[in-house]
Each structure stands twice: as C-alpha cells, then as structure tokens.
Design a protein around this ligand. Structure first.
Ligand SMILES: NC(=O)C1=CN([C@@H]2O[C@H](COP(=O)(O)OP(=O)(O)OC[C@H]3O[C@@H](n4cnc5c(N)ncnc54)[C@H](OP(=O)(O)O)[C@@H]3O)[C@@H](O)[C@H]2O)C=CC1
Ligand SMILES: C[C@H]1O[C@H](OP(=O)(O)OP(=O)(O)OC[C@H]2O[C@@H](n3cnc4c(=O)[nH]c(N)nc43)[C@H](O)[C@@H]2O)[C@@H](O)[C@@H](O)C1=O
Length: 310
C-alpha cells in the first residue's frame, strides 16, 4: 500500500517507519521542513498528487503537562489546524482510509477509570491540557463525521495512552514524565546528588506504553483496518504511580538516592488508565515491560548525550 505518514520525524513516527511492517509498504513521510501541515493549500496539493491508499496522522504539537499549561492556545490551534487540514485534504483527494492518532487527554476529567470509549465527549476536559484535548476530540469527531457522510471513506482514530521511548523529548521544558525522570536521575547519578525531586506527592497514576509497541499497534490497525472500530483505545490496560516510575528508573539507571516531593508542581489527572477491551477484541496487545522500555530509552538517551543532542 502507498502510506502517507505525518510526523515521521517524531518519536512515534520514527518507530512506525523503523517497524518491520513498514518495509511491506511504500511509506511517504515528509517532515515539517518539507511540508508544514498548518498550510492547508500545500496539504491539499500533496495529497491530491500523491493519492495514497491510507494516511497515518501522527504529527502534532506534543508536550508534557508543563508545556501544555504554558501554551494552551498553540496546542489547540496547531493541532486543530494540522488535523483538520490532513483530514479535509484526504477527503478532497478521495483517500480511502485515514488512521488518526488521538490521545487519552480526550477523556473528560472526571470520567470513570478505566476510561471507556463511550465516555468520550461526556464532560469537561482536564484543565492542564484542555487545548490539546479539545483539538484531539475535534479531529477525531471530524474523522467520524466524514466516514458517516461518505460510504467510500473510512477515517478512524486510535486513542493512545501516554507514550515514551527512543527519540522522545528530553528537554525539561517539554518533557513528559518518563524522559524527565531519566534525565533527572541520570544527572543525579553523574553529579553524585543524593536527592531527586518529584512533581506533586507522586500518588497520581499514569499508563506509559513504549513507543515501539504503539508502532506495532498502528501497523496491526493498518493491516486489520476493516475490522478496526471507528475509535479505539490503545494501551497497556494497567498503570503505575508516579512514585513507582521514579523508583523503577532509579533501579535501571543504578542510582541509590532518595526522592523529595514538590507539592507546588502541577499533577494533572489523578489517573488516566485506558479500558483496553476493544483492543483485546481486535486482537492486539503490547509486549514491552516498563523495566525493558526504560532500559532501551536510557541507552538511547546516553547516546544522545554523547552526540551532544540532549
Ligand atoms: N507522546 C505521548 O505521550 C503521546 C502522543 N500522542 C500522539 O501521538 C502522535 C505522535 O506523538 P510524538 O511522536 O510523541 O510527538 P513528537 O513531538 O515526537 O512528534 C511530532 C511530530 O509532528 C511534527 N509536526 C509538528 N508540527 C508540524 C507542522 N506544523 N507541520 C508538519 N509536521 C509537524 C513534528 O515534525 P518535526 O520533527 O519535523 O518538527 C514531529 O515529527 C501525536 O499525534 C500525539 O498527539 C498520543 C498520546 C500520547
Ligand atoms: C498523554 C497525554 O498526557 C499528558 O498529560 P500528563 O500525563 O499529565 O503529562 P506528563 O507526562 O507531563 O505528567 C504526568 C504526571 O507526572 C508528574 N510528574 C512528576 N515529575 C514530573 C516531571 O519532572 N516532569 C513531568 N512532565 N511530569 C512529572 C506530573 O505531575 C503528572 O502528574 C499531556 O501533556 C499530553 O501530552 C498527552 O497527550
């Protein structure tokens, strides 16, 4: 199949291209320098000329809780622009399939855990990432509406849990939890520090899946697209506390200090665990353990440091 991938230079996009299944397809993955997805005319023109069989939409303005709180307007506007441009250009070009990546931030702040697809749209979003979540909800709904109106087009959304892995963002200004922990614990070890600070009291819970597992799930969704639900959670089905993530990373990195808690820092949702029963029915399950995922990510981080890229 001819696959048009957006966000190919990002953490998830690189994992999608590095996956074995990618070699069975022709994958076009222009980066943001070649194709700015916020420019609708350019997006329209490229999809009309390339006429792919499927678009995998992985591009986005993405960042941790602190980045989302600092720039809600940009997270809303950029992700809305990119998503609307890609979906409407695909419809215009008659691209038969779109696989759109949403996020667990689409769920209402007080939705019961585990978060079931039926809870979508039934309440206020989490304030710390409302801009991003609103854009994700809107683009997912646009996919559903296009599929409703056009019997020849099937535009579907995968809703991933939190993700981490190689090529993640290690800059503390935009990092999600796991890359932030890896940098902080590594630096404590290198500097001989005996404390590392945790944001909040550490009792919040998160479900972080290794990005290579998500890439595997994306290819499974592409290959089984016909039977894929219009919106489907993709995750582990289990979570850990923030404190447990720090403890596991300290073990993998080999740092023996202790943790302090900065209660002034934002903590976001208390829990964000996805219901994975639809994913199980679809026939896919992730395989990387937290210990193994952190170990692979830490090795990659050390390589980045050696190259002066982190
Ligand atoms: N990371 C996570 O925890 C989660 C991520 N997701 C979703 O998964 C997808 C991938 O996330 P992830 O790989 O972590 O994000 P990254 O930030 O690593 O990658 C985002 C990609 O989007 C591209 N991009 C950003 N702006 C533009 C633009 N204007 N035009 C073209 N391309 C642009 C970037 O291109 P370039 O590199 O060239 O700048 C980059 O390749 C996103 O849709 C995200 O919302 C969902 C749940 C959790
Ligand atoms: C997936 C979805 O989820 C994202 O929201 P989030 O899960 O709240 O983001 P996060 O990974 O940055 O935080 C997770 C938790 O971890 C705690 N925490 C402790 N210590 C650090 C720390 O040092 N850094 C960070 N970032 N968090 C810390 C922090 O207090 C919070 O409780 C969206 O931004 C959005 O990107 C999105 O798509």
């Amino acid at each position: 199949m001819k696959v048009f991938l957006t966000g190919g230079r990002g953490m998830v996009g690189r994992a999608i291209q590095a996956h074995d299944r990618a070699s069975e397809h022709q994958v076009l993955a222009p980066n943001s320098a070649d194709l700015d997805l916020t420019h609708r005319e350019t997006v329209m023109a490229i999809l009309a000329s390339e006429k792919p069989d499927i678009v995998i939409h992985s591009a986005g303005r993405v960042g941790g809780i602190q980045a989302n709180m600092a720039s809600p307007a940009a997270f809303l506007a950029d992700n809305m622009d990119m998503g609307f441009n890609v979906v409407l250009a695909a419809r215009e070009a008659g691209v038969p399939q779109v696989l759109n990546l949403g996020s667990s931030c689409m769920y209402p702040h007080d939705a019961p855990n585990p978060l079931h697809e039926e809870s979508l749209g039934k309440g206020e979003l989490e304030p710390t990432n409302e801009g991003y979540g609103l854009a994700k909800v809107a683009v997912a709904r646009l996919c559903a509406f296009v599929s409703q109106e056009r019997a020849d087009l099937a535009y579907k959304t995968l809703i991933p849990c939190n993700l981490y892995g190689l090529n993640d963002k290690f800059d503390p200004k935009v990092s999600h939890l796991v890359p932030a922990i890896i940098r902080k614990v590594h630096e404590a070890k290198e500097q001989g520090a005996d404390t590392v600070e945790i944001w909040g009291d550490g009792t919040a819970r998160r479900e972080f899946m290794f990005s290579e597992d998500l890439a595997d799930g994306v290819w499974a969704a592409v290959d089984g697209f016909e039977s894929l639900p219009g919106m489907m959670n993709i995750g582990l089905g289990y979570d850990y506390s923030i404190n447990e993530y720090y403890t596991e990373a300290a073990k993998v990195i080999g740092w023996k200090g202790h943790f302090t808690h900065d209660l002034s820092k934002p903590t976001g949702m208390k829990q964000k665990l996805l219901d994975v029963s639809a994913q199980t029915r679809f026939g896919w399950t992730p395989k990387t353990t937290l210990q193994d995922g952190i170990a692979q990510t830490y090795l990659h981080f050390q390589d980045l440091l050696k190259r002066g890229d982190a």
